[in-house]
Every structure is written in C-alpha cells, then in structure tokens.
Write a protein that binds this ligand. Structure first.
Ligand code: ZN
Ligand code: ZN
Length: 356
C-alpha cells in the first residue's frame, strides 16, 4: 500500500494540494486495503489517516498498518481539524464526484481556513494499470463467470423466465466463490434482446429466441463482465448472419488491443466491420470500457477516447447489433492489455452462434 500512497503523493504535488480527503469506497480500498463499509482517508505529505467509527476500528488497525486510525465519534468533519492543524494543511483536495452538495457545504462551513480543491481523478489515474495481484483477482472473477455460463446453459430452455435464469446464474457464481454480482444481470430474450441493457424481466423464453446474457462476478473487490448471445432451438439465417457480423467485429477489435494503441482505434476496428455491413446505426454504444474495482472505469473504448492503452489495463470488448422488434446480438470478453498484444481472459466459446 505504501507504494500506492507514494505515487499518489507525487500526483498531489502536481495538482497543488497539501492533502487529499478520499471518500470513494473503491479509492479508499485501493489505497488502504480497508474492507469496512464506512470510512474516509486523509493523505497528507507525511502522514496518512483512516477515519472510521467504533464498529471498524479493530479491523482498521489489522488491515491498515502504517495508517493512523482516527475513531469518528459524531461526525467525520469534527474529526478532521486536529489532523489539518497538525499537518499545516492549507489546500485540501477532495473528490468532487463522490461528495454530495450537502457534504461539500458542511466542509466549507466547518473547515475554516482550509481551501477545498476538487482533485478527483488522481486515484483513478493510479488505478488505470492493474498490478499482478489485481490481475489475479480479475482473472478469478472472469473464471467464475465462465464457469457459471457453462452451467447455466442446460437451464436456458423454452418455458423458463429471464429472471429465473438471472437468479440461477447468480446462485451458481456465488456458490463457486464469487463475493457477489458485478451488476444487475442482463438476460434479454426474443425481441427484448434488442435492448442493449434489458435487465432480466418476467418474460418467458420461447423456441427460436435469441437470448443475450450479460453478467459478471465480484471477487475480492474486482469485477468481471461478459456477454454471450445464444439461440434456443433452430436458428434462422438472419440470426446466424447478425451473429457472425458481431463476432467478426469483436474478434477484429480484440486483435487490435495492445499497448500503444489509442482506445478510439479499438472502437474503430469493431465499428468498421459493422458499418460495412450496413448496421452502423444499430451499434449505438461504445465498444468497451475499463474495469477493476468498479464495473465501469477508464478508459472507455469509444470514438472520442484518445487515451493510449498501456500494458496492465483491463478492458471489455463488446460490440453489438440491435434491431427493434426483432432482437439483438452482443459478444463481450474481458481483455488484458499487454505490450505486444492482449490476453482474452474469458474462455467461454463464441466461435459460432450457440444453439441450445
Ligand atoms: Zn457486460
Ligand atoms: Zn461491459
């Protein structure tokens, strides 16, 4: 953890802040390893504090060596002035994306003599490239989704509801060791598969339906995210054609992933294939996103994102085609960026439209 704090301090210097008050649970965990559900960090030039309440102080002492633990009695703000005075803090960075207006107003009111400066994005910058331990956790989360996908397939049959599929998927994943679901699963069957974010509904799966299943696991705080589209019963020509276009786009985009390439180029690789077949307008979302402690992180693989990929980034590649009243297809893998290419972490088959 000391390494991460050291890197953050260098960024804080560049951002012109003496201290950084961190309230985002993911950033707090990343920097301290504290797994409790309530707490904040104050990173100063020399000292680093973890503020939490009575329920977690023992846990904090165990999990966060090197941090000074401040036990919060009534409010976090009342616990800050002493540390602020002790460290001579004049400019304190805070996370604009994670403070409510009321919290910010209370800080302005109670912390007189301190200038608050929005300094969001600093920890997120550190989190862009994953280290070995993080990659291990993401890989484990991906393996849990692969395992659950293989085991859910026999269940996807005419007569079952989307919700039942979603529920069973989560049950399988959690019994295999996942800490939880990465998000509300998408199980979209028949015409509903045209909804890119069709969260599982009460619709009953029928013969001939395309079923898009988009789900993920959380393992030790880290997320996985995968999508497969399958067909129940015999597929028709059009279902196969659309699937093959999406597959070609996905494979092309994955093979474009490597360190040194702009995120927008990955998006372009997928979009080019889909546009050339006349379905450009039916691919209305970006090609993928980073993931880690959050399900959606930087960089986005979109036409406007010019971030250059670096080894250690983990991104999803997930093009799709959605035709209203007919259905849709999306294929998504979690991919690790490497110096000379990429490693697809998912092992679930995708080479042809899977017939159930
Ligand atoms: Zn997904
Ligand atoms: Zn995704």
């Amino acid at each position: 953890m000391g390494l991460r704090i050291g890197r953050l301090r260098r960024l804080m210097k560049g951002a012109g802040v003496d201290a950084f008050y961190i309230t985002s649970p993911e950033n707090r965990f990343y920097l301290s390893g504290f797994s409790g559900t309530a707490g904040a960090l104050l990173v100063c030039r020399e000292k680093v504090y973890l503020l939490t309440d009575f329920r977690y102080t023992g846990q904090a002492l165990r999990e966060c060596p090197g941090f000074e633990i401040i036990e919060v009695k009534d409010s976090y703000l009342e616990s800050l002035p002493e540390a602020i005075a002790e460290n001579g803090i004049i400019v304190m960075g805070c996370e604009g994306d994670h403070l409510t207006y009321n919290q910010y107003a209370a800080m302005e009111d109670k912390l007189s003599g301190v200038n608050l400066k929005p300094a969001g994005g600093l920890v997120e910058e550190l989190r862009l490239c994953k280290d070995e331990g993080e990659i291990k956790n993401i890989t484990e989360a991906v393996q849990l989704t692969d395992e659950a996908f293989g085991r859910i397939l026999p269940v996807v049959r005419p007569g079952i509801s989307e919700r039942e599929i979603s529920l069973r998927l989560e049950y399988i994943m959690r019994s295999c060791g996942a800490d939880g679901a990465a998000f509300k699963f998408i199980v979209a069957s028949g015409p509903r598969s045209a909804l890119p974010h069709g969260v599982a509904s009460t619709r009953i799966v029928r013969e001939g339906d395309l079923v898009t299943i988009d789900f993920g696991a959380v393992y030790r705080g880290y997320h996985s995210d995968m999508t497969r589209t399958v067909v129940v019963g015999r597929p028709d020509r059009k279902q196969k054609d659309i699937y093959n276009i999406v597959l070609e786009a996905q494979v092309k985009a994955v093979s474009a992933v490597r360190a040194g390439v702009k995120a927008s180029e990955i998006d372009a690789a997928a979009r080019k294939v889909i546009e050339s077949r006349g379905y450009g307008k039916q691919f209305g979302h970006s090609t993928g996103h980073g993931l880690g402690l959050n399900i959606h992180e930087s960089p986005r693989l979109s036409s406007k994102e010019h971030t250059v990929l670096q080894a250690g980034m983990v991104v999803t590649v997930e093009p799709g085609i959605y035709l209203p009243d007919w259905g849709g297809v999306r294929i998504e893998d979690t991919v690790l960026v490497e110096d000379s290419g990429s490693r697809v972490l998912n092992e679930s088959p995708k080479e042809e439209l899977m017939v159930l």
